[in-house]
Design a binder for this molecule. Structure first.
Ligand code: S3P
Length: 444
């Protein structure tokens, strides 16, 4: 086994406030689904605005190995557009090598549901981080529908999946997870009977919103979704809006950087994704949304945000967590410049992301002299009104893309040079992050 050598990247302070207009890259969750669902469908789907990042490329490469034809090319704006011709009614072909899912939880977890109804056997593998993440939450309901996973007793990758004839289940999810919900629903499309899932709070609903365009009837409401089995999927066209999780980095940076004023365009305004905007507004940030319309069933529009000098800590309720789960690291940075405390009521899911993000937030904020602690499942951050980072501070990202961007912004917004370990992990979700930050500074 090779040992990973951390590479430290120096990050220069901002040279100017963040101003102007920017369209961040395509939404990662919607991009994954557009690729996976097109691969499952009969016929050729046309996709545009697809995020070109390592995670989405993991989805593209696994569906190719399963027989889909993927012709997505890089466009002048850096997005991917083109066609995917699915395996449709024939089903995926027996892969001749392990399906490597890289760092991508969404790829492997949705794929488990995609493969479950077909009588093929697939080895599922991933990188070091993905191989530590829990998979039993996904294969437990799929097993009860009729798929088999081996070796027995193993709950992490590598795993071998053997699909088969599935029957529907009613499943009460133990966690609010869109990846789990999607895996069960995708398997349910080809099972006999009606598969129904309920969740403890509302996770993102992109699967429920997109499946009808592929000809699949889905019923859903807050906290539940159901799909009738025995359906088939047909090709369709998908345009992917910009990613609110990427936009969140720019919004938070602008809110804490004097002189900043930004408009982020054509961002997904799906309510299940923009909890961070509500939290920033509660903290006193000058932020608003301007809805423009919908791409398919996904609402989108602009986010307008300005430097907001007096921010106050807030409590983020357990029921809000799923709507901002990926934004907690950058919101934690904003919490550190608030007056008073911010509490995230339940960060237990953060412990099983690309890294243990709850601990990583506590450790990173400690380097800045900010007190943060977990009491039970709640993360408490004691704000100290201003951002104070010592020059040369060495932050660790643990090769977690969202931590890499958070700690880079800590240095940039504090006007000091810092170093960030494994900064190149930003390529997982936002390869052009530094380029976009530079563009917004140049707009002055
Ligand atoms: C995702 C769902 C979330 C999120 C992840 C992407 C998705 O994970 O953290 O980045 O595309 O379904 P969980 O569903 O496990 O909460």
């Amino acid at each position: 086994m090779t040992t990973h050598q951390t590479i430290y990247t120096p990050i220069k302070p901002l040279s100017a406030p963040l101003t102007g207009t920017l369209k961040v890259p395509g939404d990662k969750s919607i991009s994954h689904r557009s690729v996976l669902f097109s691969a499952m469908a009969e016929g050729t789907s046309h996709l545009d605005g697809v995020l070109d990042s390592q995670d989405v490329r993991s989805s593209m490469s696994v569906v190719q190995a399963l027989g889909a034809q993927v012709q997505l090319d890089v466009q002048p704006d850096g997005s991917l557009a083109g066609t995917v011709t699915g395996w449709g009614n024939e089903g995926p072909r027996q892969p001749d090598a392990p399906l490597y899912c890289g760092n991508s939880g969404t790829t492997v977890r949705l794929l488990m549901g995609v493969l479950a109804p077909w009588s093929i056997q697939a080895q599922l593998t991933g990188d070091e981080s993905l191989s530590r993440r829990p998979m039993a939450r996904i294969f437990t309901p799929l097993q009860s529908m009729g798929a088999a996973f081996s070796p027995e007793g193993r709950s992490t990758l590598p795993l071998c999946e053997q699909g088969g004839n599935l029957h529907a289940i009613e499943y009460q999810m133990p966690v609010a997870s869109a990846q789990l919900k999607s895996a069960v629903l995708l398997a349910g499309v080809f099972a006999s009977g009606t598969t129904r899932v309920t969740e403890p709070s509302c996770s993102r609903n992109h699967t429920e919103l997109m499946l009808p365009s592929f000809g699949v009837q889905v019923e859903h409401g807050p906290g539940w979704a159901q799909v009738h089995g025995g359906q088939s999927m047909h090709a369709c066209d998908v345009s992917v809006p910009a990613d609110p999780s990427s936009a969140a980095f720019m919004c938070c940076a602008a809110a804490i950087t004097p002189g900043s004023s930004l408009r982020l365009t054509q961002v997904s305004l799906n309510p299940a994704r923009i909890g961070f905007i509500n939290v920033l507004a509660r903290m006193g940030a000058q932020i608003r949304v301007e809805p423009s319309g919908a791409l398919g069933a996904e609402p989108y529009g602009d986010i307008v945000v300005q430097y907001s000098p007096q921010l106050t800590g807030t409590t983020v309720a357990e029921s809000e967590i799923a709507s901002l789960v990926d934004e907690i690291p950058i919101l934690a940075l904003v919490a550190s410049v608030c007056s008073g405390a911010t509490v995230f009521e339940d960060v237990s899911e953060l412990r099983v992301k690309e890294t243990d993000r709850a601990q990583a937030i506590i450790d990173g904020l400690a380097l800045m002299g900010v007190e943060a602690t977990c009491i039970g499942n709640a993360l408490h951050i004691q704000g100290r009104k201003s951002l104070q980072v010592a020059p040369g501070t060495r932050f660790e990202s643990g090769a977690d893309h969202r931590l890499a961007m958070t700690w880079a912004l800590a240095g940039m917004c504090a006007s000091v040079e810092v170093v960030v370990g494994d900064f190149d992990s930003v390529a997982i979700s936002y390869p052009g992050f530094m380029h976009d930050v530079a563009t917004l500074q140049a707009a002055v």
